[in-house]
Design a protein around this ligand. Sequence first.
Ligand code: HEM
Length: 396
Amino acid sequence: MKVQVDARLRGDPLARVGLTPWHNDPYPLYDQVRERGPLSRGRLPGTWVTATHAVCKDVLKNRDFGTVGREGVGRESEEFDLSMLEQNPPDHTRLRRVAAPAFTPRRMASYETSIGKTVHALLDQAPAGEVFDLQRTVSAPLPITVISDLLGIPDADADRFTRYGTALGKALDGIKSMRHAHQAYGAKLALARMFSRLLEQRAADPRDDLLSVLAAERGETIRPEEILPLCQLLLVAGFETTVNLIGNAVHALLRHPDQWQLLVDDPTLAGAVVEETLRWDPPIQFTSRVAMRDVEVANTVVKQGYWVVTALGGANRDPAEFSRPNDFDITRTDGGDHLAFSSGIHYCLGAGLARLEGEIALRAIAERMPTLQLAGKVPMRRTTTIRGVRALPVRG
Ligand code: HEM
């Protein structure tokens, strides 16, 4: 055991990212990764790591890298297929085109009103002057409602959809126990049944939602067996990311009262808060790419089949790219090129939607609860890829 611990404390700093105290604040570890060089050996054989902005961006944009190796190696698990996120072109391009119409700017504008209504309805449930958990009351239910609408989940199925989606979402950071594996598997089967029933209904009676698009394209641009993974990806992306954007933003603001005051004085700064949170404390901290052939990165040859772990949270604190990178400053003008939504062909398809939800929620919170304060210890999630709070006790 001692040998193992020692090994984790030497070498690749990312090996410690899940350990106390680093899981509360992993950012110093990313500085250590950068200090070892633009690209350094990872803990696992056949892996490299980088927390340097220019190198992360280069790897993510470089078409000699993919998200799945030549022989199809790379899937997290066969049980948990993440659709286009784990595909290379041309399948990636085809699947992305099927889902893209749900995310156009025109569509975003049409979601705006309903997002606003949902946010205010959720805030109505927050007890005035009393302690409540902002995650549970606002940050978590908002994205779930939005993705349910986008897909076209009927109200009657909404509760079950939320339950299954939550169980599946937890699996994104890796299965941690047998009980967890069992729950994720059960959720996947139940969702499959729900989606196939809804797809039958939409094929017969199409509506203005993504499930109707998928029902129409089934057997045309999308193979029947590709539909469930795509729905699962949207579900997990919708459930597990924006919740942490809102949570991390409010958490950061309340620990920086001067920044909170700036937002209260001018709620139109909500969009700037979203961008600075995405840079300073992004909900997705890592992704990775595999070399499809030998490829040179930062004067090093990454051999075909080797993986590069890109620490997005580290790239976003790179002093070569951002001035005073550790300062949370919603007025900064150099934060635009953060990598919170990745880069290249897998750039987050839901980025516009996540930004819109975040902006509307933060603006409403600042307008309606100008004296908001933290009201207790804030426990962090034990996950490492996903970064967020487990609860956010506040007093409105
Ligand atoms: C703040 C919230 C969000 C963050 C931080 C985020 C982050 C990311 C990142 C980092 C990737 C790329 C991973 C990689 O390059 O390997 C990604 C891809 C993706 N995201 Fe998001 N996401 C967010 C919200 C959403 C939402 C709300 C949706 C949809 C409802 C969504 C849908 C997707 C999809 C479909 C992909 C795959 C794109 C592709 O492979 O071409 N995301 N997201």
